[in-house]
Design a binder for this molecule. Structure first.
Ligand code: C5P
Length: 245
């Protein structure tokens, strides 16, 4: 179990190390883990990462690796020394790249999940056409859903652990890849929340009902007056949903 029963991973999107480290400490016991992205890691590297890791929460290191297989495998071997719980790559890097990532992760000293980004949720059908993706609309799925599901299947063929996906794609990815394939879902807003710049949002209950394993939630927690209370309220929404099903 990655997250000891709490599916929330709080996105610490900041370059402020003190703030990130102290929030990670405060959130211990109130979220299942935290997510660190490019902005923080490129600014503060291993030292900043270790400050956040001192809180003892599982960390999703969201660096979206995308390069030739040998380089990505080397990147994973370098990052695994930090002992993150999850690292991600782009599924668009291809089968051999994902297999190389998988092999490198299996040699890691501590358990490491590698997941893939399928289609970025910032891309719509016309963006996909502009970068040469065929327009595919089958079985009631939009073209982005079709390509996301296709890349999820390729991710599974490479023996990676799962994908980052939009809440709207969980159903088709679950149908294709089965229940043991990890789905990590951003774009979550509590039922009472402000959506900020997210376009296709879902409530925690809805995403869990669709089969999400991990909910990546940033600003509804980090920008709340009381982040711990906000995390607890969102977790209560999650557990109400789990109790109802
Ligand atoms: O603040 P908010 O809850 O919108 O943060 C969501 C987090 O998930 C951010 O770190 C964002 O970069 C990330 N993310 C996303 N949509 C994706 C992939 C990642 O919002 N498709």
């Amino acid at each position: 179990m990655l997250h000891s029963g709490n599916p929330i991973f709080c996105a610490l999107d900041t370059v402020d190390v003190e703030w990130a480290a102290s929030l990670a400490h405060e959130l211990r016991g109130h979220v299942g883990g935290v997510k660190i992205g490019m902005e923080f890691f490129y600014s503060h590297g291993y030292e900043g990462y270790r400050r956040v890791a001192e809180a003892g929460l599982p960390i999703f290191l969201d660096l979206k690796l995308h390069d030739i297989p040998n380089t990505v495998a080397g990147g994973i071997r370098a990052l695994e020394t930090l002992e993150p719980a999850i690292i991600n790559v782009h599924a668009g890097g291809g089968l051999a790249m994902m297999q190389a990532a998988c092999t490198a992760a299996r040699e890691a000293k501590s358990p490491l999940k590698v997941i893939a980004v399928t289609i970025l949720t910032s891309l719509d059908t016309s963006d996909l056409q502009n970068i040469g993706f065929e327009d595919k609309q089958e079985g009631g799925n939009s073209s982005t859903q079709w390509h996301a599901t296709n890349l999820a299947a390729l991710t599974q063929t490479a023996s990676l652990d799962g994908v980052v996906c939009s809440s709207h794609d969980i159903g088709s990815i679950r149908a294709q890849c089965g229940k043991d394939f990890l789905t990590v879902v951003p774009g979550i807003r509590p039922s009472s929340g402000n959506v900020q710049d997210q376009k296709r949002v879902a409530t925690p209950a809805w995403a869990l009902n669709e089969g999400a394993d991990i909910l990546v939630i940033g600003r509804p927690i980090t920008q709340a007056d009381d982040p711990v209370a906000a995390a607890d309220t969102i977790f209560a929404e999650c557990t109400a949903n789990l109790a109802a099903n």
